[in-house]
Design a protein around this ligand. Structure first.
Ligand code: Z57
Length: 838
């Protein structure tokens, strides 16, 4: 590339160069970082070097806020949310930080003055993909909202060396490639080795009596692993608050008396050190499935123990007593992945800090709140008791004691109800014995919440019914939300500009102000501009698809999009059945009046989930046939976009006309993609599942395409005995669609490939695709007709955006603050960091 000529006149003025926001200062600081951090001069610098120089320039501006925030929290002993999550799906940091600092435009101009392109620099960043899907992305949105609302918070998680795998598609099939996201360095983290802690694993316990004659337990571990924290700054939107995401990296301890060392087996000892570092090596790539692997349990105790020890250090550092723990911290458990917190906090307080059981239990129960994210039985974590005891012998003892005391209480409340005891027990004893992590979380928490209204109701009636009967006061609902900073301002600049022009720019942190758009929904010139923006966004995505998939896509066609993890319950194959039906109809009646459609898919399948991988193969098989059929040209196209991640998500949502949210009712806890689509002007086709219910209530039934069985109808149908075969025999189009898959139409004549998928549908169909098929196809016909009336469609699109204000993660966080955390906001004043040292 052509390095700009004016990259050379740098004079360094340290203080101003690290905080200043004028174009001149930014340019000087950028060049300074290129020379002194990257050690490059323009002739040798790569685009990545320029990206790093810019990232450090932005980081310097964050550091000023970060230090002021830390100073204020320390001085004021502020009540702090500790958000514990095995996943934080952060996405690229550069653009998002520019938005939140309010310097996007100025930086774009500054780099342009230097002959560089901001979009190209942002492309250089390896995104931190430390999550699988909705759960991990929700954690990231919540960090953004907590910082924006000036809520003191610490995110705690794992610094996986390999995040979620990169997805390649070869011969229509998913191929996993490791994600070495740290390879070229990570400018967004600061290692804090001085705050490293030790975590014990394995071994056995011994009882002893202490000097005051009290019964105590000592744990002699087999292995000790060091956790080193790496801090990422989390800047609020146009506030001075900059909170912290603290991710733990596993290292071998400097020295430890392994027997192996005494035996002189040096190489063996080094082997052990290497195996300790495996703990934070890789993210388990399952979404909504628990695999029950020992290493995964080790990851959980690892980050939980590190985080709790860190909180205890902070507590002591602020001169607070252990009894004040629950005043200083509220711990939010993001699903059961960190649920071992209940036992580990008990252990730390009793075994390491000398508290009695009762004192420790009081603190534990007052400090922990639990969010449940799923009703899927295969996602509910349970650990074989043997495995649990081998890795965490002390925790198993504590869990037995918690269970003993808990079941005593239950017995007192419900005498002679041994069934109930069996159902509630922390230990599943129906066959092989298991520790039930959701039960541990429920007993150890003061709050239990679901992530959408319907989901919370189903928790109360079904999965956690017995706990609801025991502790109704603990249950509450917190409907998920998403951050408008990343998923509107950053990802959809055209729509953002138009919103700003129409209703001012305060909606970004008060999303209900989008309501004011309603007045414009009927305005023809507004509608026209709105439509043109969607067309421009679709043009961008069409170009991307041309590059990625080598397809010519008509931007005027209906962009019908389903992007999310691939899972049978999400029913991507129902979408495919509709495509095949449309294909057959068009083949039979070439003059059929339907609008041209582009079906767009994206999403990863868990590497061991064979049926999900077949679903990807089916999409690609159908794409191959349809995209190569001359009769389908300008009518249907099918695209599978590889490697769906946060960066790609940001390209897709702004370009969607139709958002597919078609899970079987009662299975999707909330969904958050549904919100991101609607906030970018897509209209939803969906079932009454998860947050779809609330989205439809908000945008209006007339602006939402509803189909399918409701959750109660699903239960009733299953209870009455569901037979998919009846639907297959009773609907010629459905039969034709399934038969065409079975005979190999979409697998180059190979009738074996999709057999497992179709067999499962015909014989079992646990997610009722066949039952919902007819209604879905009919609903899609109404979608097609509505799309042909541009004015009508545009009006629906505008009203969807106008009425989606509820689904900002700011609203979710305000609800948590009010009902669960009771954390007051702490506004931050910028301090001159040179003045901070006494
Ligand atoms: C995950 O992404 C979710 C739930 C889980 O239990 C696991 Br494990 C991973 C998802 C739900 O499936 C979504 O419906 C929900 O919107 C999201 O978590 C955030 O709550």
């Amino acid at each position: 590339m052509q390095p700009a000529a004016n990259l050379n006149h740098a004079a360094v003025q340290v203080e101003d160069d690290r905080t200043g926001l004028t174009p001149e200062t930014l340019k000087r600081a950028f060049l300074d970082n290129l020379f002194y951090i990257q050690g490059k001069f323009p002739r040798l610098a790569t685009q990545h070097d320029y990206y790093m120089a810019l990232a450090y320039t932005v980081r310097d501006r964050l550091l000023q806020r970060w230090i002021s925030t830390a100073a204020a929290y320390t001085e004021q002993g502020s009540r702090t949310v500790a958000y514990l999550s095995a996943e934080f799906l952060m996405g690229p940091q550069l653009g998002h930080n520019l938005v939140n600092l309010g310097i996007y435009d100025i930086v774009q101009q500054a780099v342009a003055d230097l002959g560089l392109n901001l979009d190209e620099l942002m492309e250089q960043e390896a995104e931190p993909g430390l999550g699988n899907g909705g759960l991990g992305r929700l954690a990231a949105c919540y960090l953004d909202s907590m910082a924006t609302l000036e809520v003191p918070s610490l995110g705690y998680g794992i610094r996986y060396e390999f995040g979620i795998f990169r997805q390649d598609i070869r011969n229509g099939q998913q191929v996993e490639v490791t994600d070495k996201w740290l390879r070229l360095g990570n400018p967004w983290e600061l290692p804090r080795p001085e705050w490293a802690v030790d975590v014990k694993l394995g071994g056995h316990t011994e009882a002893y009596t202490d000097r005051s004659g009290r019964y105590r337990v000592r744990w002699i571990p087999y292995q000790v692993i060091k956790g080193v924290p790496y801090d990422m700054p989390i800047a609020g939107y146009r506030t001075n608050t900059c909170n912290t995401l603290r991710l733990w990296s596993a290292q071998a301890p400097e020295a430890f008396d392994f027997e192996i060392f005494n035996s002189g087996d040096y190489l063996g000892a080094v082997q052990d050190k290497l195996s300790s570092e495996n703990l934070s090596k890789v993210l388990y790539p399952n979404d909504n499935i628990s695999q029950g692997k020992r290493l995964r349990l080790a990851q959980q105790i690892f980050f939980v123990s590190c985080s709790l020890q860190d909180m205890l250090r902070i507590l002591a550092r602020q001169g607070l007593a252990l009894s004040q723990f629950s005043q200083k911290f509220v711990i939010q458990l993001n699903d059961t992945h960190p649920a071992v917190t209940v036992a580990e906090l008990m252990r730390l307080l009793m075994d390491e800090h000398g508290l009695s059981w009762d004192a420790a239990w009081d603190i534990t129960q007052r400090s922990i709140a639990y969010t449940n994210h799923t009703l899927m039985p295969e996602a509910l974590e349970k650990w074989p008791v043997d495995m649990f005891g081998q890795l965490l012998p002390r925790h198993l003892e504590i869990i037995y004691e918690i269970n003993h005391r808990f079941l005593e209480q239950v017995r007192a409340r419900f005498p002679d109800d041994s069934d109930r005891l069996r159902r509630l027990s922390l230990i599943d004893e129906s066959g092989e014995r298991y520790v039930r992590m959701a039960h541990l979380a429920c007993v150890g928490s003061f709050s239990i919440n679901g992530v959408a209204a319907l989901h919370t109701e189903l928790l109360k009636q079904d999965v956690l019914k017995d706990f609801y009967e025991l502790y109704p006061e603990k249950f509450n609902s917190k409907t998920n939300g998403v951050t408008p900073r990343r998923f509107m301002v950053l990802s959809n600049p055209r729509q953002t500009e138009m919103l700003n022009r129409t209703i001012g720019d305060t909606w970004v942190s008060r999303l209900d102000e989008l309501k004011r758009l309603e007045a414009k929904a009927e305005d023809p010139s507004f509608q026209h501009d709105w439509h043109m923006i969607k067309q421009a966004n679709k043009g961008d995505l069409a170009n991307y698809m041309a590059k990625q998939n080598g397809l010519v896509i008509n931007p005027e066609s209906l962009f019908d999009v389903q992007v999310k993890r691939i899972h049978e319950y999400k029913r991507q194959h129902l979408n495919v059945l509709h495509i095949i039906t449309l294909y057959h109809r068009l083949k039979a009646s070439p003059n059929l009046e339907v609008p041209p459609r582009t079906f767009i898919f994206g999403g990863k399948a868990a590497p061991g989930y064979h049926v999900a991988k077949l679903m990807i193969r089916l999409v690609n098989g159908v794409a191959e046939v349809i995209n190569h059929d001359p009769a389908m040209r300008d009518r249907l196209k099918v695209v599978f976009l590889r490697n769906f991640n946060v960066r790609l998500a940001q390209r897709i949502y702004p370009a969607a006309d139709l958002s597919e949210q078609i899970s079987m009712a009662g299975k999707e806890a909330s969904g958050t993609g549904n919100m991101k689509f609607a906030l970018n002007g897509a209209v939803t086709i969906g079932t009454l599942d998860g947050a779809n219910v609330e989205i439809r209530d908000e945008v209006g039934a007339e602006n939402f395409f509803l189909f399918g069985l409701t959750a109660p109808e699903v239960y009733a149908l299953k209870a009455q005995g569901y037979n998919p075969w009846d639907y297959y025999q009773g609907d010629p189009e459905l039969k034709q669609a399934l038969d065409s898959i079975l005979v190999g139409t979409f697998s180059r004549g190979d009738g074996e490939v999709f057999k497992p998928l179709i067999d499962s549908l015909l014989n079992w169909d646990p997610y009722l695709l066949l039952a919902d098929y007819q209604d879905y196809v009919a609903c899609q016909e109404r979608v097609g007709q509505a799309f042909c009336d541009r004015t009508h469609w545009t009006r629906m699109s505008i009203l969807n955006v106008a009425r989606m204000g509820l689904f900002s993660s700011d609203r979710s966080i305000q609800d948590y603050c009010r009902d669960v955390w009771r954390t007051p906001a702490v506004p931050i004043e910028l301090t001159d960091h040179a003045q901070l040292g006494e």
